[in-house]
Write a new protein. Structure first.
Length: 288
């Protein structure tokens, strides 16, 4: 039975059955915004303009952006292009790294971050609706991606779904990470270790940390009423990342291509409820 306001000994909040409705509303809005932004991703477009459109859509829905003002962040989305793992700042120059080889690679990109044909990008949006947080991200392609990029996107998408399949009462968070890691590594790719999923609900980030790698049977047990994100980041090369001088933008250390998909989910009595399903079936950029 779901207990009101209860927390596990690991500090994970257990929500009530009625709270699922609030998460569905917030998650559906975030997903709808990402559906609607798809037509605005094309070669020649800027990430700054995409972010402006996202903020406009959040405002038009009467919702609040969770990221604007969060730890000083000024944008309604994170947009991470090619070898940017996460927290890419839309429209901003990509700063230098202490690693000169990384800096030279990043300097090739224009300050306004104009998308080129074949670029792949993750767009991450979190909205607040009536106090509930809806958090989701997905991949997009500007123009046409090459075969390696297409394969990376597919494996990353499928790894997220493998992780979601492991969500049910009695399983552990280690089961989620293990399902993702074994699938990704079977395709000779790597899972980023430096960033993870997180609890959410009426707060943006809370326990647990949802690792996308790990040992089956390890970690806290899943219980009905837990809400959290699963958001694997997968690299074509090695898993290591570097956070750049802006203290937000994370890139692959070896400059390899990277991808990410994210859903917000809740544990039900029999399995899992996905709060951020795409209303238009556009969650995967090449399927629909």
């Amino acid at each position: 039975m779901i207990g009101k306001g209860r927390q596990t000994r690991d500090g994970i909040r257990i929500y009530q059955e009625a709270d699922f409705a609030g998460m569905h509303t917030a998650g559906a809005l975030a997903a709808r915004i990402l559906d609607e932004i798809a037509e605005h991703v094309f070669p020649g477009q800027t990430t700054g303009e995409i972010d402006r459109l996202i903020e406009e859509k959040v405002d038009a829905a009467g919702a609040t952006s969770a990221t604007i003002g969060y730890r000083g962040y000024k944008h309604a989305s994170c947009i991470s292009v090619n070898n940017v793992v996460c927290h890419g700042i839309p429209g901003a120059p990509i700063p230098k790294s202490k690693d000169e080889t990384i800096s030279k690679d990043l300097e090739k990109r224009r300050a306004d971050d104009v998308l080129k044909d074949g670029d792949i990008l993750n767009i991450d949006v979190t909205v607040i609706v009536d106090g509930w947080f809806g958090d989701t991200s997905r991949m997009y392609v500007a123009g046409r991606a090459d075969k390696k990029a297409e394969r990376l996107i597919q494996v990353t998408h499928d790894s997220l779904m493998k992780g979601i399949e492991a969500v049910k009462p009695g399983n552990t968070f280690g089961d989620i990470g293990h399902a993702i890691q074994t699938y990704v590594e079977s395709h000779r790719m790597s899972v980023v270790r430096d960033f993870c999923g997180h609890g959410l609900g009426r707060v943006f980030h809370s326990p647990p940390n949802v690792l996308h790698y790990g040992r089956a049977g390890s970690g806290p047990r899943l219980e009905e009423g837990m809400f959290f994100t699963i958001e694997p980041m997968v690299n074509l090369g090695r898993p290591e990342t570097v956070v750049l001088a802006d203290e937000w933008t994370a890139v692959t250390r070896d400059r390899s291509l990277t991808a990410q998909f994210e859903h917000s989910v809740g544990v039900t009595a029999t399995g899992v409820d996905i709060f951020t399903r795409s209303p238009a079936g556009k969650f995967h950029p090449t399927q629909g």
